[in-house]
Write a protein that binds this ligand. Structure first.
Ligand SMILES: [Zn+2]
Length: 493
C-alpha cells in the first residue's frame, strides 16, 4: 500500500531547531511522542482511516521468483516468516515485523527529516509490502527509521562527545572522541591515584550539519571550557558579600549582581542567596592515596607547687615530639581538592610528655619580677664602658644627672644587701634580686632603706645627691651579675 506524505498544514515543531539527533532508543521514542502532539498526528489519523478503508489489500508479488524463494527456503530448512518491506522514494529500507511498525517507521523518519530539511520537504512516495523473509532478516523499527533519516536528512554522520546527555562536540570519528577523552583525563592523572569522569561522558554516533564537525584541537578547547553552575547559599552570621565571594572564588561585584533583591548592607544571617560558580564542562575526579609523615606534639603535664611563686615554671622532663605516618585519601575535581580523608595512622615514635613544676604561691610586691626599670629619669651624662673621655678607667654604670632630693626607685623587687657609706661611691644602696643579680645606687643624698629590708619594684630607696667622688648631683646606677658589672642598658626594659 502507498503512503502519500505531504506537508499540507503549517506544523509547529520544536524539533525544527534541534541540531543534533541521537540514534539511541530514547530519542526515537521522544520523537514519536512529539509527532503525536503535532499536526502530523491529525495527518496520521486520516491516513490510518484511509489504510483501514483500503483494508488488507496486500500485494503479493505473484511471480515465479517469489515461489522459488519459498521453495528454496523450505528445501534448505530456513525458518520463513512474513514481514513488511519498507520502500521510500523507490529505495528499499528493510523489513520490519508488523504493518504498524512499518507505518510508524516511515512517519517517525519523515518527521525527523522535516525537522532538518524544513516544512516543504516531502517524500515522493512511501509504501510497504508484505513479503516472505527469513526471520533473521527482520529488522527493528528504530534501525529502519534511522536508515531512512540518514538517507534524506542532509546531515552528516558523526560521533558526538555526550556530556550528561548533551552532545557537546561532534567529531569525524569515534577514535578522535576517545583520544580527546583520554587526553582530558590524562591531564589529571596522579602518580598513584585513579581518575574518572565526574560527569557521564560517552562517545556516541550522531548526525550533524557538516560544518558542526570539529577538529580535535577545537573540540578539546570546547571541552576544557567552563560553564556557570547556580548554587544557593544560606548566609551565616558574620558573612558579607565579599567573604562569601572569596569562599566560592567568585567576584564580589558579580555576586551582588546575581542577587539584586538584597541591599549589600542589609545582608542578614539566614538569607538565601544565589552563587554562580564557573564549573568545568567536563570534570575529572582523581582519588589519590598518599602517606605523609607528621609530628605528634608532646603532651604537657604540669605539677603545682605552692612553695614556688606564680610564674615560676621548672621543666623536670623535657618533652619530645613523636612521629606518625598518616595515610590520606585525597579527592580532587580538576586539581581542586574536594575531600581529604584519613585512612589510617601509624605511630613511628611515641612523644615524651613534658613534666613541669609550676608555682602557685602568690608573689609579694617585693618579689623580683626579673625585669628592671629605670630608677631615675634624669639626663644620661655617662654611659657604661670606656668610651667616655672623662673616665680613665671603664665606667661601671650609667650616670643620670638630676636634682638633689629627687626620689630614686628600686629597679626591681629584692632584698637590700648594703645601705650606707661606701668610699668614693658616697652614700650607696645595693639590692639583690636573686639568681646573682644585683643593682647599685650611688652618690645618694639620703637613704630611706636599711640592710636586710625587702623592697618592692618602683619603691623609693633614697634621694639623688652629690656624695663621694662626684662633681654634681647625679645617680650612678650599676647592674652586676655574680659580682661582674654589666651594661644596665641590656637589662632595662
Ligand atoms: Zn658614675
Amino acid at each position: 500500500m502507498k503512503l502519500n506524505l505531504k506537508n499540507k498544514t503549517d506544523r509547529k515543531d520544536d524539533s525544527v531547531t534541534r541540531k543534533f539527533r541521537f540514534l539511541g532508543k530514547k530519542s526515537v521514542a521522544d520523537q514519536r511522542e512529539s509527532t503525536e502532539k503535532t499536526a502530523v498526528g491529525k495527518m496520521w489519523d486520516s491516513l490510518q482511516k484511509k489504510v483501514e478503508n483500503i483494508g488488507e489489500k496486500v500485494v503479493f508479488r505473484q511471480s515465479f521468483f517469489l515461489y522459488l524463494i519459498i521453495f528454496v527456503a523450505l528445501c534448505c530448512n530456513v525458518r520463513l516468516d512474513f514481514g513488511y518491506q519498507i520502500v521510500v522514494n523507490g529505495k528499499n529500507f528493510g523489513v520490519v515485523s508488523s504493518q504498524e511498525m512499518a507505518r510508524s517507521a516511515v512517519f517517525t523518519a519523515y518527521d525527523e527529516i522535516v525537522a532538518v530539511q524544513g516544512m516543504d520537504y516531502k517524500f515522493e512516495n512511501a509504501s510497504f509490502h508484505l513479503v516472505p523473509v527469513s526471520r533473521d532478516y527482520v529488522q527493528s523499527e528504530e534501525l529502519v527509521t534511522n536508515k531512512i533519516v540518514a538517507a534524506y536528512d542532509g546531515l552528516t554522520a558523526a560521533y558526538g562527545i555526550v556530556v550528561d546527555g548533551t552532545v557537546v562536540v561532534a567529531l569525524e570519528s569515534d577514535t578522535d572522541g576517545y583520544e580527546i577523552l583520554s587526553e582530558i583525563e590524562g591531564a589529571y592523572k596522579t602518580e598513584t591515584g585513579e581518575t574518572h569522569f565526574a560527569n557521564t561522558v560517552t562517545v556516541e554516533p550522531c548526525r550533524v550539519q557538516a560544518d558542526q564537525i570539529l577538529e580535535k584541537e577545537e573540540a578539546l578547547a570546547v571541552l576544557n571550557g567552563t560553564k556557570d553552575a547556580v548554587l544557593t547559599h544560606k548566609v551565616l552570621s558574620g558573612e558579607t558579600f565579599s567573604s562569601i565571594a572569596l569562599d566560592y572564588g567568585v567576584g564580589t561585584q558579580q555576586l551582588m549582581e546575581v542577587n539584586p533583591q538584597i541591599e549589600p548592607e542589609y545582608l542578614q544571617a539566614g538569607a538565601t542567596i544565589v552563587v554562580q560558580v564557573p564549573q568545568p564542562l567536563v570534570a575529572v575526579e582523581s582519588v589519590e592515596v598518599i602517606t605523609i609523615e607528621e609530628t605528634i606534639p608532646y603532651p604537657v603535664e604540669e605539677q603545682k607547687d605552692s612553695s614556688l611563686y606564680q610564674g615560676t615554671r621548672n621543666v623536670i622532663t623535657a618533652g619530645v615530639n613523636g612521629k606518625k605516618d598518616v595515610v590520606y585519601e585525597i579527592t580532587r575535581v580538576n586539581h581542586r581538592v574536594t575531600e581529604r580523608k584519613v585512612l589510617s595512622e601509624t605511630v613511628l615514635s611515641v612523644p615524651t610528655t613534658e613534666v613541669a613544676i609550676v608555682g602557685t604561691k602568690v608573689k609579694p610586691k617585693t618579689a623580683p619580677t626579673g625585669v628592671l626599670t629605670r630608677p631615675y629619669y634624669g639626663t644620661v651624662t655617662a654611659r657604661f664602658g670606656s668610651s667616655g673621655s672623662r673616665w680613665a678607667t671603664t665606667h661601671t654604670g650609667i650616670d643620670y644627672a638630676g636634682n638633689t632630693g629627687d626620689s630614686v626607685a628600686a629597679a626591681d623587687g629584692g632584698t637590700v644587701t648594703f645601705a650606707g657609706w661606701n668610699g668614693s661611691y658616697g652614700k650607696m644602696v645595693k639590692i639583690s634580686h636573686g639568681n646573682g643579680l644585683e643593682t647599685c645606687y650611688a652618690h645618694l643624698n639620703t637613704i630611706s632603706v636599711s640592710y636586710g629590708q625587702q623592697v618592692a619594684k618602683g619603691s623609693s630607696i633614697g634621694t639623688v645627691g652629690n656624695t663621694g667622688n662626684s662633681t654634681g648631683p647625679h645617680l650612678h646606677f650599676e647592674v652586676r651579675q655574680n659580682g661582674v658589672a654589666k651594661n644596665p642598658s641590656d637589662y632595662l626594659n
